[in-house]
Design a protein around this ligand. Structure first.
Ligand code: ITT
Length: 201
């Protein structure tokens, strides 16, 4: 198997982070071809959605390796929301700012930071001509009372890493990639691909 894969995502921030995470592994990330329109994400879990995206693109690029990535924020106090709805939490024409606004409004009666526990989760689905494999990464944090920082994307400005006092958006991309849910999942993928196909990085 060649050490590369098509990445089944339309999210440029994911592509940027994943390329940075894998830069020293010898694995190349090929962006999703233009014009591909993925079906609605209907899965109840990150794993189902990651697999759906990877299988869909595999149907287009045929004999290639494909990776699907589904991720999101799970807030304990909200019984796991926004979860698989993270990207479209505030409705169909939402954006990061509106999603964050809705999240903070739902937590407005939760005044103790220790009760604002959350987890970022990433599911990665590798679909090759030979097999399908899933890898998971997660990182625990706390939802801040107001957004802080300008880096990253999505819910990064309201996700504080305990012990650092900083949100993901206040970290550099290298610092975020050192500890993020995405880096944990993609490092597992890289380790697997390198071992399985016996290639030195
Ligand atoms: P694709 O489906 O094309 O991959 P998407 O953005 O719709 O792109 P998801 O369905 O996986 O992807 O939704 C992920 C959402 O979860 C993303 O849009 C953010 O709102 C949030 N999210 C995931 N990872 C994040 C991160 O590292 N930092 C901040 N927010 C993140």
């Amino acid at each position: 198997m060649r050490l590369n894969f098509y990445l089944a995502t339309k999210n440029k921030n994911k592509l940027r982070e994943i390329r940075e995470i894998l830069k020293d592994t010898g694995i190349s990330v090929i962006p999703c071809p233009a014009g591909v329109v993925f079906p609605e994400e209907e899965g109840k879990t990150f794993e189902e959605n990651a697999l759906m995206k990877a299988r869909y693109l595999k149907g287009i690029v045929k004999n290639e390796n494909v990776v699907g990535e589904d991720s999101g924020l799970s807030v304990e106090r909200l019984n796991g929301l926004p979860g698989v709805l993270s990207a479209r939490f505030a409705g169909t024409d939402c954006d990061d700012r509106k999603n964050i606004k809705k999240l903070l409004a739902l937590l407005s009666d939760c005044e103790n930071i220790r009760d604002r526990r959350a987890e970022f989760i990433t599911a990665v689905a590798l679909v090759t001509p030979d097999e399908e494999k899933l890898f998971i990464g997660s990182v625990k944090g706390l939802i801040t009372f107001t957004p802080r920082g300008n880096n990253g994307f999505g819910y990064d400005p309201v996700f504080e890493i305990p012990g650092t006092g900083k949100t993901f958006a206040e970290l550099s991309s290298a610092e975020k990639n050192n500890l993020s849910h995405r880096s944990i999942a993609f490092r597992k993928l890289a380790k697997y691909m390198i071992k399985r196909y016996n290639v030195q990085s």
